[in-house]
Design a protein around this ligand. Structure first.
Ligand code: ATP
Ligand code: MG
Length: 404
């Protein structure tokens, strides 16, 4: 204890009187990884908070403290951003005050006034890292609890399931008071699981799938296939906008925009129409895997959902998987469209996803796509294609856009 606080001679107490406390999630359970998870979470928080002012960020006992270092920090903007930080299960705004029982009580009364007025039951929980404080934690809780009981006559003490818990922490430079934490984004800090390539279309499913895998700690880079002039520049802009919309959760994102027109025209010219979509998807997977190798990613992510369209049957997925050696994560594979839409609304991508621009998948859609393709017919259809050449030219034409 004290490593990040007591003994740090350079330490200056937070400017202003509010700080944020972040409670970390399941990673706390993960023994040896814990420190590296904490470091990752703090690094992600630092990067995301840069635009909101200067903050000091450090962790102790599975709590991450975020303290403004100047009076012009945008506290509301910072709090909204931290609510989207994967790895955080709960977050609170806490008020700093002088380290006396009276100041702590006054702060609880005024800072938590709304919470206390809305609650019927409450309890006080105190923690004391400054052992020279005159009251023990229990005595402090009893004092603050007793006084609050008098000051708010409608309140009942309840030690088991209180509506509001008044948290008091006595630390080296100040005491802090806060109420129930609000729900954090959950999951694991982006990056702890390594890197993956996510196939981002302009649809509803793939932004949700990307968000879900970022939540499990993957840093993502996106691949988007676009077929100019069959798909319009607006369609491409829409996809870039979708990527931008998920950066508050996923962090910085690079979109690799792959020219796909030549491949689609070649498939249309020389392959059976009913296999067109599957052959096209096999090219998408091959190219995405090449991008993955280039950037050091170790998995692919798609927004496929079992049975949603002809190319998303088991047999079709087997055929598209067969060209990859990397694992393919399909986090929405078992979800209904309604469930996917609920997440899309929550993360703010839905309204953009339903803008009516064509996707490259909707160009040359076969009238009767095969739902139960066999490997033999697929290989036969590809036999006369210059697969390597087509892939090489597509990869050479990649345009990269970074955001966030
Ligand atoms: P979405 O809503 O994500 O577009 P979808 O239900 O329309 O999915 P498909 O069009 O068959 O389904 O695409 C399945 C998956 O393939 C997508 O979720 C996405 O991961 C990937 N994909 C499809 N089109 C593209 C594209 N143009 N660029 C990159 N990935 C794509
Ligand atoms: Mg689509």
């Amino acid at each position: 204890m004290g490593k990040y606080y007591n003994k740090n001679k350079d330490y200056t107490p937070p400017v202003g009187d509010e700080i944020f406390l972040l409670k970390m999630g399941e990673m706390v359970l993960k023994g040896l990884n814990r420190r590296s998870f904490e470091e990752r979470l703090m690094g992600n928080a630092r990067r995301r908070l840069q635009k909101f002012g200067k903050f000091r960020i450090y962790s102790r006992q599975s709590i991450t403290y975020v303290e403004p270092q100047s009076l012009d920090c945008d506290m509301d903007g910072a709090f909204d951003t931290l609510a989207k930080l994967f790895g955080v299960v709960g977050l609170s705004r806490a008020k700093a005050c002088e380290k006396t029982p009276e100041a702590i009580l006054e702060t609880a009364k005024s800072y938590l006034y709304d919470d206390l007025m809305e609650a019927n039951t409450f309890k006080v929980e105190s923690k004391r890292s400054d052992k020279s404080f005159p009251l023990s934690s229990i005595q402090l809780s009893q004092y603050v609890g007793g006084e609050l009981d008098d000051a708010f006559p409608h309140l009942q003490a309840d030690m088991h399931t209180p509506d509001v818990v008044v948290h008091v922490e006595v630390r080296d430079f100040a005491a802090y008071v806060h109420a129930n934490p609000t729900l954090g984004a959950g999951g694991l800090p982006v990056g702890v699981g390594g890197k993956a390539v996510s196939l981002l279309s302009g649809g509803i499913d793939s932004p949700v799938a990307s968000w879900m895998m970022a939540k499990r700690g993957l840093a993502l880079e996106m691949v988007h296939f676009f077929s100019y002039p069959y798909t319009s520049p607006e369609a491409k802009e829409k996809v870039l906008e979708l990527a931008r919309l998920i950066t508050p959760w996923c962090g910085r994102l690079t979109v690799h925009v792959v020219p796909f027109t030549e491949i689609q025209e070649e498939l249309r010219r020389s392959c059976p129409e009913d296999l067109f979509t599957l052959l096209m998807r096999r090219f998408m997977m091959r190219i995405s895997e090449q991008v993955a190798h280039r950037i050091g990613a170790h998995a692919l992510v798609t927004g496929e959902s079992l049975g949603q369209v002809a190319s998303q049957t088991m047999e079709a997925m087997a055929v598209t998987n067969a060209v990859c050696t990397l694992p393919v994560f399909r986090p929405v594979v078992g979800m209904d469209k309604e469930e996917i839409i609920r997440i899309a609304r929550k993360i703010g991508t839905f309204e953009t996803s339903i803008l009516p621009y064509e996707d490259c998948c909707t160009v040359f859609t076969p009238r009767h796509p095969k739902t139960r393709p066999s490997m033999e017919e697929i290989l036969e259809a590809e036999a006369n294609l210059d697969i390597d050449g087509l892939i090489q030219r597509a990869v050479d034409g990649i345009e990269r856009v970074t955001m966030g």
